[in-house]
Design a protein around this ligand. Structure first.
Ligand code: PLP
Length: 403
């Protein structure tokens, strides 16, 4: 870490990058090798198959880029669209905003549905807009599944139902960067056409892999897509990937890390991973309630299980809490972005995480808030989260005993 040495581990509670399990760190600690060797496909071919299980797809095709999630956004759009194409996108936070901005810079005409920050995509409004689009000029619907800036999860299955109800052929583009491998995500079942993720969130890796899952319908859209593309062109990957190769140098250590990440996720079981995130998030939300503060998500249906955005009281700056937490307690919290800069700070609770780790973060947050003058009772959030964790555990044990 930059700066003076701080003993003990840094408490990394930004919503990404997340903590990297030691097993993954060790798996990535490899000598460089020839990525064109006859052995290399032994690593890559199973990876292409196994990553599909994380997206929950049989028919989808996965592309892996040496990029961050932003590159995957670009890949999804440029491979399937032409300049001037109309897109429908809901905007309710910095990430949905940035994706719309990227689409516009590639010449797409994005119809933006503004939603209040703290809420998410509205299936009703999407259905209405699609029904009104009689000539099917809208080519795609863009949804950020988990808006990391505000801690809001949208209902992707409901968006698909809205598209089907409107009998509209638009493709469904989903940003799952902070949801996939942490929250329930079903590519095939939800009829997602392009889903995007990055390596540094639920996959518990460093940033550096941008991953796109593409439906057969979206692959077919490639033949008419005229957006300029080179580095991210699916076509080059489609030539090399079936034999286990890439059109250019892949991020080899990250691929070893991805193999270990998938193994870890499968050992725990994806459904258990989702349940664990839900359990931890409930503890974080209980702490916020005990502090007498509000979270950014307006209603329980929007609650994100990977990140909680906490509104600071009037007259305080979230950035001060974050700075204090970092400098004094070696605790990294997420900042408020754009519209909500200073108004909130975020506790990320995604990836390789357990109850006591999160209690540490809640404890440090409490102290940092007190240090900057926010009147929260010391121990109140920790106690509420402990009670939440124990209550849920007791309920589970009773259920097990009764079975
Ligand atoms: C982190 C994130 C991204 C991608 O960010 P990169 O820094 O490019 O990896 C995109 N969307 C969401 C919702 C995110 O949380």
């Amino acid at each position: 870490m930059a700066g003076a040495r701080k003993p003990g581990r840094n408490f990394l509670f930004v919503p990404g990058p997340t903590n990297i399990p030691d097993r993954i760190l060790r798996a990535m600690h490899v000598a460089m090798e020839d990525h064109r060797s006859s052995d290399f496909p032994k690593l890559t071919l199973p990876l292409f198959e196994d990553i599909k299980k994380i997206f929950k797809t049989k028919d989808g095709q996965v592309f892996i880029y040496p990029s961050s999630g932003t590159g995957a956004w670009e890949a999804a759009l440029t491979n399937t669209r032409s300049p001037g194409d109309k897109m429908l996108a809901a905007r309710f936070g910095q990430f949905s905003h940035l994706w719309i901005d990227l689409a516009r810079r590639h010449g797409l005409e994005v119809i933006v549905q503004e939603e209040e920050w703290g809420t998410g995509a509205s299936p009703e409004r999407i259905e209405e807009a699609l029904r009104a689009d009689k000539n099917h000029e809208i080519k795609g619907v863009m949804v950020v599944h988990n808006e990391t800036a505000t801690g809001v999860t949208s209902d992707v299955a409901a968006v698909r139902r809205a598209m089907d109800a409107a009998k509209h052929p638009a493709l469904l583009y989903v940003d799952g960067v902070s949801s996939i491998a942490s929250l329930d995500f079903r590519f095939d079942e939800w009829g997602v056409d392009l889903a995007i993720t990055g390596s540094q969130k639920g996959l518990m890796l460093p940033a550096g892999l941008g991953i796109v899952c593409v439906s057969p319908k979206a692959l077919a859209a490639m033949k008419d897509a005229k957006c300029r593309r080179c580095y991210f062109d699916f076509t080059d990957h489609m030539k090399a990937n079936p034999n286990g190769y890439f059109p250019y140098t892949p991020a080899v250590p990250l691929l070893y890390g991805l193999r270990e990440s998938i193994a870890i996720l499968q050992e725990e079981g994806l459904d258990n991973v989702f349940a664990r995130h839900h359990h931890l998030a409930a503890g974080a939300r209980a702490a916020v309630k005990a502090w007498g503060l509000k979270i950014c998500a307006k209603e329980p249906k929007w609650h994100s299980d990977t990140v909680t955005a906490i509104m600071v009281p009037q007259g305080f700056n979230g950035a001060d809490v974050i700075d204090r937490a970092y400098r004094r307690y070696n605790l990294a919290l997420g900042a408020g972005l754009s519209q909500v800069a200073g108004k909130l700070f975020r506790i990320g609770h995604s990836g390789d995480l357990n109850e006591l780790m999160l209690l540490g973060a809640i404890s440090g947050t409490e102290m940092a808030m007190r240090d900057v003058g926010i009147e929260v009772a010391l121990g109140s959030g920790v106690g509420a989260a402990q009670a939440q964790f124990r209550g849920a555990a007791e309920a589970k044990e009773m259920k097990v005993a009764a079975e």
